[in-house]
Design a protein around this ligand. Structure first.
Ligand SMILES: Nc1nc2c(ncn2[C@@H]2O[C@H](COP(=O)(O)OP(=O)(O)OP(=O)(O)O)[C@@H](O)[C@H]2O)c(=O)[nH]1
Length: 341
């Protein structure tokens, strides 16, 4: 009689445990060493559309063949060889089970994002015979985190970008200048600083109006972007002044790039409303060498070359240390960087 009562009590305990597992709001899968499903709770049934009685005692790969070579399989294998619980967050894996996001209208993801816990289940002899996989739906938290990351990225981009031209703004570009100066001191990779300025830009504004002047600035930036490498670092330094770090460019290649840009601008026409606008640019170049003691000096030397071009006919490129060296050194004080505006 006591035996029967004990058995009934055990059956009751088992039934209670199964009821709890079935109704948990997390996925519970128990797999044996052959990846055969031993428990597939109702969360898994609802999300996958596969009922427990169909998948139980079948390999999980029969129903989810894409998992046969997946991160999930590796994790389960790992869990069998360890005797501790392993947790893995949604950030550590790509899609595993492709379950639909149950709140697609509020979330940013169409698929459910999941955290996992892998629990080795030890037998009475101390062997790991089964692994329990717990799956948590963390789509809301993950979506919020991703949105925040996106917003921060966007904010950062805005904080370093010039609105009109979409080039880097002066503050950020100057940081890059210092960084490149320091990098170059270590690597000795050739690098040339180029600055240019639109000729008689005040006339463009005065003749065609400020919005037309803005269109000119935008189109010059577009020409510039087309002519330089993606690794070059281009910024709008001032109103109509641009500064570009030509990475891995020695004197010769930098001069070629500068002339290519100058000629492209000369050949270009801006059509704004019914106005036809032609213009040119003046350029200065300075290839970094050990004689240049600081990033600031590098900038000043390049700017001097630019204003030498202005002084000597405009629509031309002046290169530091090659042509016109003495002249660039004796540039009029009012053309020194930052004073002529
Ligand atoms: N449309 C427009 N004009 C700007 C902007 N920023 C600065 N400017 C104008 O750029 C002009 C610069 O004029 P200056 O410094 O005299 O130079 P410049 O007329 O180009 O003459 P040079 O440089 O000597 O060839 C000024 O008229 C500024 O108002 C801008 O964002 N949009």
């Amino acid at each position: 009689m006591t035996d029967i009562l004990d058995n009934l009590s055990e059956i009751h305990d088992l039934h209670r445990s199964l009821t709890i597992i079935q109704n948990l709001n997390v996925g519970v899968i128990v797999l044996d060493k052959n990846f055969k499903v031993k428990i597939w709770n109702s969360f898994m049934e609802t999300k996958s559309g596969i009922e427990g009685y169909k998948i139980n005692d079948h390999s999980i790969f029969e129903f989810f063949p894409e998992l046969a070579n997946s991160w999930l399989k590796d994790k389960i294998v790992e869990a069998f060889s360890m005797d501790t619980l392993v947790f893995s967050s949604w950030e550590q894996h790509k899609e595993v089970f492709k379950f639909a996001n149950s709140r697609p209208f509020t979330g940013t993801s169409s698929e459910m994002m999941m955290n996992f816990t892998f629990i080795p289940v030890m037998s009475l002899t101390g062997q790991c015979e089964e692994v329990t996989v717990i799956i948590y739906d963390v789509t809301d938290e993950a979506s919020s985190k991703l949105s925040l990351q996106d917003a921060n990225k966007r904010l950062h981009e805005l904080s370093i970008t010039d609105r009109l031209t979409t080039l880097y703004n002066r503050g950020y570009w100057e940081e890059c200048l210092k960084q490149q100066y320091n990098i170059n001191k270590r690597t000795l990779m050739p690098i040339t600083l180029m600055m240019f300025d639109i000729d008689h830009f005040k006339n463009v504004n005065d003749t065609y109006g400020h919005p037309a002047g803005d269109a000119v600035l935008r189109e010059v930036s577009a020409i510039l972007k087309k002519q330089i490498r993606s690794t070059d670092i281009a910024g709008r330094y001032g109103g109509e002044e641009f500064a570009i770090l030509l990475v891995d460019a020695n004197r010769e290649s930098a001069f070629m790039v500068a002339e290519r840009i100058r000629k492209a601008v000369e050949a270009h026409t801006v059509y704004y409303e019914d106005m036809v606008i032609k213009f040119t640019i003046s350029l200065g170049l300075c290839t970094l060498s050990e004689t240049i003691p600081s990033a600031q000096e590098w900038l000043v030397s390049t700017d001097n070359c630019l204003y030498f071009s202005k002084e000597h006919g405009r629509n031309r490129t002046t290169q530091y240390g090659l042509n016109d060296t003495e002249a660039t050194m004796n540039i009029k004080p009012e053309y020194k960087h930052g004073t002529k505006k």
